[in-house]
Design a protein around this ligand. Structure first.
Ligand code: KG4
Ligand code: ZN
Length: 365
C-alpha cells in the first residue's frame, strides 16, 4: 500500500478557531514536523465568550499566508519539496473550513500536487495512535512512528465540539460506538467556566481551580452512566451545576468556586472513564487512545491510565502540544491517507462541515 518511504506534506487546519500549518516529513517509519505553527484566536473570541464563525473565517484569512510563509521558511522548504497538501475538510464551522480548503485548492493548482482531504477527528485519532507508550505523560517530541500503530484501538475523543468513542480496526477504518447526545465534554467545561465568570475557554481555568478544591464537597450527577450503551450526556450535569451556583451568594460563590470545579470535573472524568471501561469490556481491543482538547486535563489522563491498567490494556495519550487543534495531527493522518491513495484534484475537493468520521471513511474508501 505504501507509495514510498519518503514524502513531505503541507498540512492545513482551519476547522474552528485555530489556524494550523505544518510541514510533515515521513522518512522510513518515522514522521515528524519539519516546522509547524498554530495561530490561536482565543483573545478575539474571549470578547464574545465563544466562536463567531464569520469572525473566525476572517482571522484565518488574515493569518494564513504569513503563517504559511513562516513555516515554509523554518522548514527550509520550497514548493518542489512538497508531495501533497493535507487539509481538514470537516467537520467544523463552514466559513472557517472554507478558508483552509480554498488555500489548499489554490496551492494544489499552482504547485501541481494533489490534495489529501482529512477528517478533523481522524487527526485527533492519529495524534495518539502513532505515539509510543513510554511517551505517555510528557511527550514534547512530536515525532511519531508508523510502526507504533496498533489495532483494534478504542479512541476516546474529547474536545469542544465532540465526545465520542471510536473503534479503529485498521488504518482509516472507523466505527463510532458512542457519542454525546447533547453537549460535548469541552463545551460543558466552557459553559461551567462561563457560569463562574472565568475567561474563555473555561476548560483549562476550571481544571486549574479544581486543583485546590475538594471534589467530595459537591456531588454532581453522572448522567447515563448506567445507560447500557456507549453514549454520553452532559447537559443534566451542566444544569445541576447551574442550580448549585444559583443558590449561592456572590461572596459564598467565590469561596466555593474551587470545590464546585473539583466536583464538576470529577463527574465529567468519571463519566468518560466509566463509559470507556464499558466499551473496552464489550470488545477485543489492544490499545486505548485519548485525544482532543480535553485530553490535556490531568485528572482525565491519570484516571484513564487506571482504567487501562484495570483492563490490562495499553494506553496512548496525545502529547499535550497536540491535544488542541493543530496541523501536525492533520499531517499525521494525511500521510497515512496519502499512502493509502486518498488523493483528489483541486477541482474535486470541498468542505464537509457535518460529515461523521465513519461516513467519511466509507465514502473515501
Ligand atoms: O480539540 P479542541 O482544541 O477544539 C475542538 O475541536 O473542539 O478542544 C478545545 C476544548 C475546549 O472546550 C477547552 O475548554 C477544552 O478543550 N480544554 C480542557 C482543558 N484544556 C482544554 N478541558 C478540560 N481541562 C483542560 N485542561
Ligand atoms: Zn478538534
Amino acid at each position: 500500500m505504501r507509495k514510498s518511504d519518503q514524502c513531505v506534506l503541507l498540512a492545513i487546519e482551519t476547522s474552528c478557531d485555530e489556524t494550523g500549518i505544518a510541514i510533515m516529513q515521513r522518512n522510513g517509519d518515522e514522521m515528524r514536523p519539519l516546522a509547524h505553527a498554530v495561530a490561536s484566536q482565543i483573545d478575539i473570541h474571549k470578547e464574545t465568550g465563544g466562536v463567531v464563525p464569520n469572525i473566525a473565517a476572517r482571522e484565518h484569512v488574515s493569518v494564513l499566508r504569513p503563517l504559511l510563509e513562516r513555516v515554509m521558511r523554518e522548514a527550509n522548504m520550497s514548493r518542489e519539496h512538497i508531495n501533497a497538501i493535507a487539509v481538514t475538510v470537516g467537520p467544523g464551522l463552514a466559513p472557517a473550513l472554507a478558508i483552509g480548503v480554498q488555500a489548499a485548492r489554490t496551492l494544489s493548482y499552482v504547485w501541481n500536487v494533489p490534495i489529501v482531504p482529512v477528517h478533523h477527528i481522524e487527526g485527533h485519532v492519529y495524534s495518539a495512535l502513532l505515539m509510543s507508550d513510554k511517551d505517555l505523560h510528557d511527550a514534547h517530541d512530536l515525532k511519531a512512528n508508523i510502526s507504533n500503530a496498533l489495532f483494534h484501538a478504542l479512541a476516546l475523543i474529547v474536545s469542544g465540539g465532540h465526545t465520542m468513542l471510536i473503534e479503529v480496526s485498521d488504518h482509516l477504518r472507523y466505527r463510532i460506538l458512542g457519542s454525546t447526545r447533547d453537549d460535548a465534554a469541552g463545551e460543558v467545561f466552557d459553559k461551567v467556566g462561563r457560569m463562574l465568570g472565568l475567561p474563555y475557554p473555561g476548560g483549562p481555568h476550571v481544571s486549574a481551580l479544581a486543583q485546590s478544591g475538594d471534589a467530595k464537597k459537591y456531588k454532581f450527577p453522572r448522567p447515563m452512566i448506567n445507560s447500557g450503551d456507549h453514549d454520553f450526556s452532559f447537559s443534566g450535569l451542566k444544569t445541576a451545576v447551574y442550580y448549585t451556583i444559583r443558590e449561592l451568594s456572590e461572596k459564598k460563590l467565590i469561596e466555593e468556586a474551587a470545590h464546585i470545579c473539583a466536583g464538576f470535573q470529577e463527574a465529567v472524568v468519571d463519566s468518560l472513564c466509566s463509559k470507556s471501561s464499558a466499551a473496552l469490556r464489550g470488545g477485543e481491543f489492544s490499545v486505548l487512545l485519548l485525544a482532543g482538547g480535553v485530553a490535556a486535563n490531568d485528572l482525565l489522563r491519570k484516571k484513564l491510565q487506571r482504567v487501562a491498567q484495570h483492563n490490562n490494556i495499553l494506553l496512548r495519550i496525545a502529547p499535550k502540544a497536540l491535544c488542541s487543534d493543530n496541523a501536525v495531527m492533520i499531517g499525521q493522518a494525511g500521510i497515512i491517507a496519502y499512502e493509502h491513495g486518498r488523493t483528489v484534484s483541486w477541482r474535486d475537493v470541498d468542505i464537509r462541515a457535518r460529515v461523521s468520521i465513519e461516513e467519511y471513511a466509507l465514502q473515501t474508501g
